[in-house]
Design a protein around this ligand. Structure first.
Ligand code: KIV
Length: 292
């Protein structure tokens, strides 16, 4: 497809059984590459707190920071549908707070939709945002903003009661108006069941192949996140290693004088050599005098 992806075209993809790709993205240069690669939807995730800002979890990220990263991503995406994550405490307080935050995210970045974490507990927030004309992606299962409740990043929906609760959460966010839901760290058979039971798009991360689409954090799939790789990540390239090697080569060549060479140097000067020699002599003398 050429042209910008929309809620309608993405829902059509689900109906036709076409898989939907999603990657996180936080800056303009990467957004251009992701967009040119044909990725359908880009998520400006609050995972940027960890990948870009070096925090232990996503909780410290602010709305203003999200807006700053989001603007850069939107400028780099011609076709991809851009979804802005709502950071911790920018929507939990009330539907009014959620609407105000979602409004800022859309108005100040130019993105196409917002994402928030939670199931039945946040349906009033979802309704308020959708009623204002802003598409909403929900996020259930392992919701990183609740890391202190879960006691770590763990698989959710294990056991009969929890499995049914996750299905109820999916149905509740759909009923509230969500057009898409991220299923994070959900057992694959349960994710497949949810995908069959809902009309909205399911995007899996650690939720098996039967979701309507998949999302990964781009640093994880490029091997840029250090040694720890979650089980659900496939490393599609070792860009981290390649970058580190390039930085080390540059460092060595700067120090040895091997960089820059003639090819990286502007050779033509407006002044001739005789003038530069006179200039040097004049300033060397002035320097000598000032040192006396
Ligand atoms: O913040 C994020 O990047 C996310 C994805 C991992 C789904 O929520």
């Amino acid at each position: 497809m050429s042209g910008k992806y929309t809620v309608t075209s993405l829902l059509e993809m689900k109906q036709k059984g076409e898989k939907i790709s999603q990657l996180t993205c936080y800056d303009y240069s990467t957004a251009r590459l992701v967009d040119a690669a044909g990725i359908n939807t880009v998520l400006v995730g609050d995972s940027l707190g960890m990948t870009m800002q070096g925090y232990e979890n996503t909780l410290p990220v602010t709305l203003d920071e999200m807006i700053c990263y989001g603007r850069s991503v939107v400028r780099g995406c011609q076709n991809a549908f851009v979804i802005m994550d709502m950071p911790f405490m920018s929507y939990q307080v009330s539907p009014a707070q959620a609407l105000e935050s979602a409004g800022r995210l859309i108005k100040e970045t130019g993105a196409n939709a917002v994402k928030l974490e939670g199931g039945a507990a946040v349906t009033e927030q979802i309704k308020a945002i959708v009623d204002a004309g802003i598409p909403v992606c929900a996020h259930i299962g392992m919701t990183p903003q609740s890391v202190n409740v879960f006691g770590g990043f763990k698989v959710q929906g294990k056991g009969e009661a929890k499995a049914e609760q996750l299905l109820k959460d999916a149905l509740a966010v759909q009923e509230a108006g969500a057009f898409m839901v991220v299923l994070e760290c959900v057992p694959p058979k349960l994710a497949a069941l949810i995908t069959r039971q809902v009309d909205m798009i399911t995007i899996g991360i650690g939720a098996g192949v039967e979701c309507d689409g998949q999302v990964l954090v781009y640093q994880d799939m490029l091997g840029m996140s250090g040694d720890f790789t979650p089980k659900f990540v496939r490393r599609f390239a070792e860009i981290g290693e390649a970058m580190q090697q390039a930085f080390a080569d540059y460092d060595a060549q700067v120090k040895s004088g091997a960089f820059p060479q003639a090819a990286q140097t502007y050779s033509k000067s407006d002044c001739d050599d005789a003038f530069l020699a006179q200039l040097e002599e004049k300033y060397s003398k002035m320097r000598e005098l000032s040192l006396k």
